[in-house]
Write a protein that binds this ligand. Structure first.
Ligand SMILES: Cc1cc2nc3c(=O)[nH]c(=O)nc-3n(C[C@H](O)[C@H](O)[C@H](O)COP(=O)(O)O)c2cc1C
Length: 241
């Protein structure tokens, strides 16, 4: 338990003693003293805010994002605004070795997470570090089938040592077919035409989302979905046996 928590508990105990004294015939002024100790306890109790990611003035948490268009960057920037944790593109190759919490937000491209392999190359997750991996894709992750597909792809991209220690979250992104590069545009076109040839009942929910959004602009960005990720950031690091 840290010193702040111990102080808060001690102040609370003193406040209770003064309340008991006042209630058992002591001076009513003891209530005032108790109130002052309660205020001290509240002020010294450690708060779960962005300071949890700061020690000795330097940040211990980082958001790394890997996207091609704007979906992942929008999530990374919003998470950064809400937590005060800096957001850096994977292309800037941020140093991760001294970080306590690393949040990687990456766009899904044909099942793979953009920038993840490069970011985790030569990286070894220590016991006191937490890695949160957030994927951003078009398929709805609330559907088990989609979520399972993402996990299967991630298992191929990550070493078992890292895969079983990571906290996963899945968000929905955006797409604008008019802005795709030539190569991506061709990839998508081929997929679309091959899916159209399949019987409708054999299509997965991910395939249907893909067909429904094909050729359009679609955004499923939802910043409320960042809430559980923020909670996870401030949870203590769990040790995996
Ligand atoms: C070539 C291509 C492949 C994609 N593959 C997948 C995929 O396998 N699963 C998925 O859910 N979304 C897929 N998407 C959608 C992207 O994940 C989505 O557009 C996301 O917002 C990408 O992040 P970004 O906007 O930061 O680039 C794909 C998009 C493109 C252009």
């Amino acid at each position: 338990m840290d010193n702040m928590k111990i102080s808060a508990i001690l102040y609370s105990i003193v406040a209770i003693i003064f309340i008991l004294c006042a209630a058992t015939g002591g001076s009513p002024a003891f209530y005032g003293v108790a109130a002052a100790f309660i205020a001290l306890a509240a002020a010294s109790y450690p708060k779960k805010d962005k300071k949890d990611c700061e020690q000795n003035g330097s940040t211990e948490c980082v958001i790394v994002y890997g996207g091609f268009y704007r979906g992942t960057k929008q999530y990374a920037q919003n998470l950064s605004e809400q937590t005060g944790i800096p957001a850096i593109s994977y292309k800037d190759e941020p140093s991760l070795s001294n970080m306590r919490v690393i949040i990687f937000i990456g766009g899904l491209y044909a099942g793979g997470v953009r920038g993840l392999t490069k970011t985790l190359r030569n990286f070894h997750l220590r016991d006191n570090q937490k890695l949160i991996l957030v994927t951003v894709g078009l398929a709805n992750p609330n559907e088990h089938e989609n979520r399972d597909n993402i996990r299967v792809s991630l298992q191929k991209q990550l070493s078992p040592e890292v895969f079983y220690k990571i906290k996963f979250f899945h968000l929905r992104g955006r797409i604008d077919y008019n802005k795709l590069t030539f190569v991506y545009s061709m990839m998508i076109k081929l997929r679309y035409h091959s899916l159209r040839k399949k019987p409708l009942e054999t299509l997965t929910s991910e395939d249907r989302t893909f067909i429904n959004t094909y050729g359009k602009q679609a955004s499923f960005i939802d910043f409320n979905a960042l809430k559980p990720i923020i909670e996870e950031i401030y949870l203590p690091v769990e040790r995996v046996p």
